[in-house]
Design a protein around this ligand. Sequence first.
Ligand code: NOJ
Length: 516
Amino acid sequence: MPSDDDRPWWQGAVVYQIYPRSFADADGDGVGDLEGIRSRLDHLSWLGVDAIWLSPFFRSPMADFGYDVSDYCDVDPLFGTLEDFDRLVADCHDRGIKVVIDWVPNHSSDQHPWFQDARSSRDAAHRDWYVWREPTPDGAPPNNWVAAFSEAEPAWTLDEATGQWYLHLFLPDQPDLNWDHPEVEAAMHDVLRFWLDRGVDGFRADVLHAIGKDPDLPDDAEELIPIPHSGLNHVPEVTLPRLRRIRELLDSYDGDRMVVGEVYLLDTALVAQYYDDGRGIHLSFNFPPLYAPWDAGVWRHRVDEVERLITPAGWPTWVLSNHDNIRHRSRYTSEERARAAVFLTVGLQGTPFLYAGEELGLEDAVVPPERVVDPGGRDGCRAPIPWTPAPDHGWGPEPWLPWPPHADAGRDAETLRADEGSILHLYRRLLAARRASPAMVAGGQRVLDDTPDGVLAWERTAGDDRRVVAVCFAAAPAELALAGDWVVEVTSTGAGEGEPFTGSLDPDSAVVLRPA
Ligand code: NOJ
């Protein structure tokens, strides 16, 4: 294991995802912005996160709320300006917070000048920057790939004017870039350089596993339809050389610039391949644990898989909530479980990714049909962050989505900060305990075998530093027998911290223990 000084920052960091539309609104238009984020950095410093990841803030028609980029090198006016961005990065760096931004390499917006040119004629300079195919004799799309956010609709749209189909793994407004074309790769590397030169510390790369496609574009297996092709595309022989070149570019900068891939393949063995023995991406999301139910056995299986498949390949990541999925507070149905669940993301070996608002115990908003805006049905987890008590929660006018439940009943950052027993304070204590322990930050890990049903416990070690983390998924109290004497450092319930560990675990609870 590298020493503290040699370890790249992204191995020890707790990363906090910000969905800019929903975080904080400085200009009062009901949509969050970069200045809003800057105005809330105190919250992040107080909480103790090491890095932020900003979901897209680039120029965009917003068909997919920014994941449809029409200019990769500018800030959408909705979110501010490049100067606002530079100020935000400078302020974060002054506070010791790293800045990771989203990079959307698989597709652009259909309004991007590249696609506008590409669709203007078959001879256009940018025609081959996208993926075009001739119509088939029977008028069917070129293959059976299904687009995301659709009821089994084709991942192809016929461009009437030029008489060919173009590929889009997501909305028709998001045509796939053709990474087989060297100019596309060069242009997307230029985008990376543009932001690296502005000082960003890393990228979260959107659907990164999809930038390499089988050149024959073969049908997906019939039994897998209607799974969208974006969840199936896995062509490592094409993709990995591209990832190596991305890594070389980032590694040519100083400061351990990092790329974390959104490898949305629900198979940890496949995800592991994208680390490519240290030559591929620095980190990869691994989503199977995000879909694990509140069940010790399933979680044990997921942790074992990560130890067996990811750890030999690279450094793991852990995530339970993001802007694409129902928040884990809602999925796991209670605040007790949400409090215990963060001991998994923050306590297991790897880089934790937290999603803004989870530290407030936010549930998904209930979005009435007339306020639904997302084509993928993900509005609930994107509800705005309530900063202050009712009525405006620190936002001014009505924000673009409804508030999460209980925002008017004390579920806001200011109220929770005034309450030392709140989930917000638990997150802060847990992050502080993690930061203070080399074992927790980047130590080795051993899952304990002799644990009662319903309990998952593991030991973290770095030199002399040791911790045990235990999560009780059971609905009844459990007894955890450990060799030696232990002190409760942090508990999800807040009870008994600093006292000797008695062995007793509350239902739906978690603890961090240190040797007595
Ligand atoms: C994954 C992103 O997280 C999601 O929000 C987006 O809709 C798709 N990729 C398409 O870019």
